[in-house]
Write a protein that binds this ligand. Structure first.
Ligand SMILES: [Zn+2]
Length: 380
């Protein structure tokens, strides 16, 4: 049995504050065993994952007491206390930092592939497991040297120190209004099927390079870079994905228990928990290329009215809603929202008052869209 709560103190940014990140660590650190890292709430306005991981910790504690955990599992249910402090009279924006340049909390994470290659390239041998260990040792050392000159840098470094050497990283997010969906590296479409199907994922967006340098890409990009140069010598040492747990208000104890059970069952399937899986008949989750996802932009400011529901199929050229500008001339104040993709409307903005030009809906399609530029696939 080995369960402990780890508390990491962030650098104090303003007088009188003292933020901490709490992690639940299960199992034993053993480089020959699997390590899985899960976190929620990096976007601090996305809360379904808080409750899911709370339920998962309960299940893991039981498994730990029964000595069923083989390897190491780290769970960080509340990953971003900086964003959570953005409370304006009850409204918590939480997606963008107010300091350190004000960026999106899930962008511009360190991408360490080139640096690690320069450190380890002379030591690569024909021993594949030894090469994985070599890379992971270098990653731990490199992350330990990352700067910690601001509170946000401290947060990034803390989360990376716990996750950079994990075999799997699962980052929990949500959207405004959405069905269960996920962003997964193209190389792992098949690998993560057992997790995606257990969660009844309706849409998996597969990607090669989003250009976002998101948290989960910190892991993938290192190994992707190394494998471009040493594909026969270095196997995948880490796999990661971002789960979008439906809409921001799709939060209930019942749903959280179902999701936690699904993740727990997946951990059993990966044999990090020595217990038979409870569900064996699984549906295949369909993958859609991220560059074929239509990001529907608001053609005007105004009130948005949707004609299609989340999860519905839409066709290219189909009217999915409209925006009404109540300040304009009645004869010319309605603007259509037209789908550019054949696919599934899987997410949309929850707020009905929209700003001209902002992304208000997402449609997963199959064919590449000319206006979607690989390497620039997210706009915020
Ligand atoms: Zn998010």
């Amino acid at each position: 049995m080995a369960y402990q709560i780890l508390t990491h103190k962030l650098p104090t940014a303003t007088l009188g504050t003292n933020r901490v990140i709490t992690a639940h660590q299960f199992g034993l650190i053993d480089q020959n065993k699997k390590k899985i890292y899960l976190q929620a709430g990096l976007h601090a306005d996305e809360w379904p994952g808080f409750l899911v991981l709370n339920e998962l910790v309960k299940l893991l504690k039981q498994a730990d007491e029964q000595q069923l955990i083989q390897g190491e599992i780290i769970v960080v249910p509340v990953a971003n206390p900086i964003g959570l402090a953005q409370n304006f009279h009850g409204y918590i924006p939480g997606r963008f930092a107010f300091s350190d340049g004000g960026g999106n909390f899930n962008r511009n994470w360190p991408q360490l592939g080139e640096k690690i290659e320069s450190i380890i390239k002379s030591e690569i041998t024909a021993d594949l497991p030894a090469n994985v260990t070599l890379v992971k040792d270098a990653l731990r050392t490199e992350v330990a040297t990352l700067p910690e000159n601001t509170e946000l840098q401290g947060l990034k470094k803390t989360l990376l120190l716990m996750s950079i050497d994990a075999d799997e990283v699962i980052d929990l997010h949500c959207s405004g209004e959405a069905c269960m969906h996920a962003y997964v590296a193209q190389e792992f479409e098949q690998y993560f099927q057992p997790l995606l199907s257990r969660l009844n994922t309706q849409v998996a967006l597969s990607e090669l390079d989003t250009g976002a340098a998101s948290f989960d890409e910190s892991n993938v990009s290192v190994w992707r870079h190394l494998r471009q140069h040493y594909s026969h010598m270095i196997p995948w040492g880490a796999r990661s994905l971002t789960l979008e747990l439906r809409g921001e208000n799709d939060i209930s104890k019942e749903q959280a228990k179902l999701d936690a059970n699904a993740i727990f069952d997946y951990l059993c399937e990966r044999e990090i928990i020595c217990q038979p899986t409870r569900v064996n008949v699984l549906n295949k989750v369909e993958c859609f290329p991220l560059d074929a996802m239509d990001l529907v932009k608001a053609p005007s400011a105004g009130i948005v009215c949707y004609f299609k529901e989340i999860g519905e199929s839409v066709e290219e050229g189909e009217l999915i809603g409209e925006i009404v500008d109540p300040s304009g001339d009645l004869s010319n104040n309605t603007y259509p929202l037209i789908s550019k993709a054949n696919g599934i409307l899987f997410a949309r903005l929850q707020r009905r008052l929209v700003v001209y030009g902002e992304s208000i809906a997402k449609i997963a399609g199959k064919e590449h869209l000319a206006h979607r530029e690989i390497g620039h696939l997210f706009d915020d």
